[in-house]
Design a protein around this ligand. Structure first.
Ligand SMILES: Nc1ncnc2c1ncn2[C@@H]1O[C@H](COP(=O)(O)OP(=O)(O)OP(=O)(O)O)[C@@H](O)[C@H]1O
Ligand SMILES: [Mg+2]
Length: 380
């Protein structure tokens, strides 16, 4: 049985995933904060954080490299035993540029790729690039950052877990026959490839325009010699994802559609031979006492009965409204717990922690601490 405590105490990489708007970015920030408070050198990789949260994390300046947050901001009482907290905001394009520069043989090759129009489009717009670059950032922080806890946020798409396949996809693109032909125009190969390729390119060209094809061909040619670096890197990322020090946290809201999505994510994770280590159910409505909604509604109905118009009746009507309100909450709470059964059974022995719906957004360290308190002080 895993729990959230061991996750932030012992995990090296923590990946927060889940459907849109459920609280992935919030959870990632909370887990990194908790790790730092326990003395770890923690970093959180955020994706499109809300502006106010970004400010709280010291990310006013768009920064693709991790910046340490002054301890006074996240540990004002000085309780952390030497922990450190850093944050960064993923910038897909500059991460991709950095990768190209790293593997290019020289500045000319790097420049050729960075200026290529096809590259400029895919580096920011291609579906899946963001997921892949999040993994690239993870790799970079793992290799060079010196962090002992790296918490990674994921983008709000149903395909967010595509990053599990992204390294493989890059590898299979590099192994693709057409790609190889474009990359290695040997004399004999070019002639053979030439006919087949030109037919193919003409066909594609008719659809997307020949200028695009020229860009694509130039892009792949410019890539020559860099495949090995990319392939190696993809293999390292895959190994890191499968490492026992890597933990997956699935975040969900208790509503039915969010839970359905969470089940889908849990299946995806299992499908890759990985497991969900913790489930965070965020924005849960509280349950007030054990009284059934029906009982509360009956009480609300009887309260003003028999009273004549006047102050007493007005007070009874007001109280009846409160009972109605309480009954509504009880119903929501019961419904939410019923939805959660579906996902609990999916995640097996994973730790399950709930966070109540707070009456405010979570955009500063006070609110992050409030969530941390909820997550880490339950089931003790
Ligand atoms: N327990 C909570 N109570 C109240 N508000 C919350 C709670 N958790 C998160 N929020 C707020 O809900 C909003 C969405 O949270 P967050 O940005 O963490 O979700 P996300 O899953 O990262 O979203 P996206 O999929 O868009 O990236 C934020 O404004 C956040 O402050
Ligand atoms: Mg987010």
């Amino acid at each position: 049985m895993s729990d959230l405590h061991s996750l932030v105490d012992e995990g090296h990489v923590v990946i927060c995933c889940g459907s849109g708007g459920v609280g992935k970015t919030t959870s990632a920030a909370v887990l990194a904060l908790e790790g730092a408070r326990r003395g770890r050198n923690a970093v959180v990789v955020t994706i499109d954080p809300a502006k106010r949260l970004a400010n709280a994390l010291g990310l006013e300046v768009l920064s693709n490299t991790a910046r340490e947050i002054e301890p006074e901001r996240w540990d004002p009482d000085g309780c952390s035993p030497g922990g450190r907290l850093s944050a960064l905001m993923l910038d897909t394009k500059s991460t991709f540029d950095g990768l190209v520069k790293r593997y290019a043989a020289d500045g000319t090759q790097a420049g050729g790729i960075l200026d290529n129009r096809f590259y400029r489009n895919i580096s920011s717009a291609l579906g899946g690039t963001q997921e892949y670059m999040a993994m690239e950032k993870l790799h970079e922080l793992h290799e060079d950052g010196g962090y002992d806890l790296i918490v990674v946020d994921t983008p709000p798409t149903r395909h967010a877990l595509d990053f599990l396949d992204a390294p493989k996809r890059i590898t299979s693109l590099l192994d693709n026959r057409i790609f190889r032909m474009l990359m290695t125009p040997t004399k004999a190969g070019m002639r053979v490839a030439g006919i087949a390729l030109q037919t193919l390119l003409r066909t594609i060209g008719r659809v997307v325009g020949t200028a695009v094809i020229d860009d694509v061909v130039a892009f792949f040619r410019a890539f020559e010699g860099m495949e090995d670096g990319f392939r190696e890197r993809a293999a390292t990322v895959l190994a890191l994802l499968a490492d026992p020090g890597t933990r997956f946290v699935l975040v969900t809201a208790p509503q039915r559609d969010a839970v359905d999505e969470a089940v889908y994510f849990a299946d995806q994770i299992a499908g890759h031979g990985l497991s969900v280590d913790a489930l965070i159910v965020n924005r849960v409505h509280p349950q007030f006492g054990d009284e059934h909604a029906a009982g509360l509604r009956a009480r609300a109905e009887h309260l003003p009965g028999g009273l004549r118009e006047g102050e007493a009746k007005a007070a009874a009507v007001r109280l009846a409204k409160q009972y109605e309100n309480l009954a509504d909450f009880q119903e929501i709470s019961i419904r939410e717990r019923a939805h959660l059964d579906a996902i609990r059974s999916k995640v097996g022995t994973a730790a399950v922690a709930t966070v109540p719906l707070l009456p405010h957004d979570v955009h500063d360290f006070t609110a992050l601490s409030e969530i941390s308190e909820q997550l880490f002080n339950q089931n003790r």
